[in-house]
Design a protein around this ligand. Structure first.
Ligand SMILES: Nc1ncnc2c1ncn2[C@@H]1O[C@H](COP(=O)(O)OP(=O)(O)OP(=O)(O)O)[C@@H](O)[C@H]1O
Ligand SMILES: [Mg+2]
Length: 257
């Protein structure tokens, strides 16, 4: 008898007609309008668009930090709208890593302690925690900076600590809002290479950026305008499509021949 293998979910993330509206006194602000969006496991996506177009709102919803006004969010094919706050934060802690422009490190904790933080919430033993935090810091190239406080680290190093913190629970996806916004260009390149490396190792990466040269690192670029997706382009997609068309051409000719 054949045994059915467990199949990986087709999509990691699926948004169906997601809207987010903010009430500001008398005025309704439509930050997102009926957005359909899907991300497959292992993709690297850049989200671009003008200031106020809805990028951070999108990222916060993707990260379950905020709830949509309407629409449906499926994470690994499971709807998440029925989860309560406790279930949601447990899911977030396990499956999603966050990186912010301003690093958000605790100033009185050294690099190692900052990276251990998500595991304290996850309730792991002290030794297990320490080992995993050390490994995460090694992965981001900071093995020799573990006992430095944030203010004893450069901007790029601080961002690498925050990336180590984001990956320490081995989440499925990494969400980053303007992760290089506070860095100079040389440091930006190092941090982007780190994201690419993690992506190569199988991590799904979604990052918001204003900077076209940052978006270059991603294979897919999604552009927002006034709360809707204006374009969604995958690099090499045209080449692939025309390859497929050529194959079809040849096979049609053969069968006609
Ligand atoms: N908490 C809030 N309350 C009211 N309006 C909000 C709130 N958060 C965002 N908005 C509005 O929603 C819209 C989208 O905001 P969002 O922060 O997603 O933009 P963004 O694309 O990230 O912009 P930026 O590039 O400047 O960071 C904006 O018009 C903003 O003013
Ligand atoms: Mg923003």
């Amino acid at each position: 008898m054949k045994v059915l293998k467990a199949v990986a979910p087709a999509s990691l993330i699926r948004f169906e007609k997601i809207s987010k509206t903010y009430q500001m006194g008398e005025i309704l602000v439509h930050a997102l309008r009926e957005v359909d969006f899907e991300v497959k496991l292992g993709e690297m996506v850049a989200i671009m668009g003008a200031s106020g177009s809805g990028k951070s709102t999108m990222l916060n919803l993707l990260g379950t930090l905020d709830r949509p006004t309407s629409g449906h969010y499926f994470l690994e094919d499971e709807p998440i709208e029925n989860l309560d706050e406790y279930e949601l934060s447990a899911l977030r802690n396990r499956k999603i890593g966050f990186v912010f422009q301003s690093f958000n490190l605790l100033p009185r904790d050294n690099a190692l302690e900052n990276v251990e933080l998500p595991m304290i919430y996850a309730g792991q033993s002290t030794t297990a925690r320490r080992k995993k935090a050390e490994r995460a810091l090694e992965r981001v190239g900071l093995a020799d900076r573990m006992d430095h406080l944030p203010n004893q680290l450069s901007g790029g190093q601080q961002q690498r600590v925050s990336i180590a913190r984001a990956i320490v629970n081995e989440p499925r996806m990494l969400l980053a809002d303007e992760p290089t916004g506070a860095l100079d260009s040389a440091t930006t390149q190092q941090v982007m290479e780190l994201f690419c490396e993690l992506h190569k190792q199988g991590m799904t990466v979604i990052l918001v950026t204003h900077d076209p040269s940052i978006a270059e690192y991603a294979e897919r670029v999604v552009r927002f305008k006034d709360g809707v997706i204006q374009s969604d382009e995958t690099k090499g997609k045209h080449a692939e499509d025309s390859d497929r068309a050529r194959v079809r051409d040849v096979s049609e000719r053969n069968s006609a021949g």
